[in-house]
Design a protein around this ligand. Structure first.
Ligand SMILES: [Zn+2]
Length: 425
């Protein structure tokens, strides 16, 4: 997120303009800081959330050449160790990665026979070959590790089949036009039913449109948006690249928008293509979402998945040690921290941090009742106190010639707050 990257991104067009805005905000946050007798800078760090697509297949085969789904493209079946890789990534970083799951191959009762456009077999759908003890084993492991594995809806079959032939994709077509809502309701019902079959819990609250076919707002021939359709089911958040999102010009806050009360976050550009198996990530991320596809986290030999996971831990861990970024502990924290990062203000005045949440409060429930992290870098040991905001905890890390403090705050409904700091030596 340095200047050079900002400049480079800003000439690449509309989608990266959002990243430009974000970088601008970062610079403003830091630039607001002034020196008092203590040398100190403060910012509302950009949160980073890991989102992993196309989790859930048992077959790895890319079937797109013969009217089966684009799966993961890995030349073997998926195994429980592939799910464990996600949990291990979460444990390694203290985060809860989103697994954007396709659940068709978890259907124990062939209910997709009765769900139009959901599979290549139509009414003859037969999933018996993928029904076995691995379903219970994997579901149990996911349930026991929920702090490090969030199920996000991606789809049933990933594509949209008509008479055995697919088009892209399940929730919207190539023009971003939402599929007929009555049928999508059936797809959501089936998704919830397959979760229940496998004791995976209730319908999730987060959503990644498959093949990134998506529109912001209502599309031609429809009376509600996809965002509203899923909001009615309790969803709160969509993550998708704005570069391929239709009607992106309606997005209100650069890197995120609010569509029928649902926060929609720009995924930006993934580091790797969807079918790159077991890479070693060496380039940093360019925005708040670290987007992957499942094979990007896996080894061809599942017993060696840990080697690939370690590469991602090594890449991402340093973002928690910076003034301007942090790893989100889960996607709910992520949404709220991101909104504040973009619209709330922080500045240093005399021996106080002044916080202004008035713009964030206009966003309503998206940021209500939330926690917030503020990062402070100081050349001295300092102590913080406040009468206007609750400081839940302060963590400090010694760095080369400074100390990085992370203040975890509990927000009230007050639009302004201030935090005093003084030398603690
Ligand atoms: Zn996908």
């Amino acid at each position: 997120m340095n200047r050079r990257k900002f400049t480079k991104n800003s000439i690449k067009g509309l989608a990266t303009a959002a990243i430009g805005t974000m970088s601008g905000n970062l610079l403003v946050s830091c630039g607001n800081s002034v020196q008092s007798n203590i040398k100190l800078t403060a910012s509302i760090p950009m949160p980073i959330q890991v989102v992993i697509d196309d989790v859930g297949w048992w077959s790895g085969k890319d079937g797109s050449l013969y009217q089966e789904p684009y799966r993961t493209g890995i030349n073997r079946n998926h195994v429980i160790a592939d799910y464990k890789a996600i949990i291990d990534l979460g444990k390694g970083l203290g985060i809860r990665p989103q697994a954007a799951m396709v659940l068709g191959e978890w259907d124990r009762q062939n209910i997709l026979r009765n769900v139009p456009h959901s599979t290549w077999m139509g009414e003859n759908w037969d999933n018996s070959k993928w029904v076995g003890p691995w379903l219970d084993e994997t579901a149990d492991m996911i349930t026991a590790n929920q702090q490090h594995f969030e199920i996000t809806v991606h789809g049933l079959g990933h594509e949209w089949w008509t008479n055995g032939k697919f088009s892209r994709a399940e929730w919207a077509d190539d023009e971003g036009i939402m599929r007929p809502k009555e049928i999508l309701e059936q797809h959501l019902d089936a998704y919830a039913a397959i979760m229940h079959q496998n004791k995976l819990g209730e319908l999730p609250k987060s959503f990644v449109p498959n093949a990134f076919r998506h529109s912001f707002g209502v599309t031609k021939g429809n009376d509600i948006s996809l965002a509203e359709l899923i909001m009615n089911r309790g969803f709160t958040y969509i993550n998708t690249p704005f570069e391929s999102m239709f009607n992106r010009e309606a997005v209100q806050h650069g890197i995120f928008g609010v569509d029928s009360g649902i926060i929609t976050v720009d995924r930006g550009t993934d580091i790797f293509d969807w079918n790159v198996i077991g890479p070693k990530p060496e380039h940093g991320i360019t925005g708040p979402t670290c987007g992957l596809h499942w094979p990007n986290l896996l080894h061809e030999d599942p017993e060696r998945n840990a080697e690939i996971v370690q590469g991602w831990v090594d890449l991402l861990a340093p973002y928690n040690e910076r003034q301007d970024t942090m790893l989100a502990k889960n996607s709910v924290f992520f949404q709220k921290q991101l909104a504040h990062h973009m619209v709330s203000k922080i500045e240093v005045k005399d021996n106080e941090l002044k916080l202004d949440f008035s713009e964030a409060q206009k966003l309503g429930t998206i940021v209500s009742n939330n926690e917030l992290t503020v990062n402070v870098t100081s050349d001295k040991n300092i102590a913080f106190s406040s009468d206007t905001i609750q400081i839940e905890s302060v963590n400090s890390t010694k760095q080369a010639d400074s100390i990085l403090y992370k203040l975890n705050l509990k927000l009230s409904d007050q639009p302004m707050a201030s935090i005093s700091f003084k030398s603690n030596t």
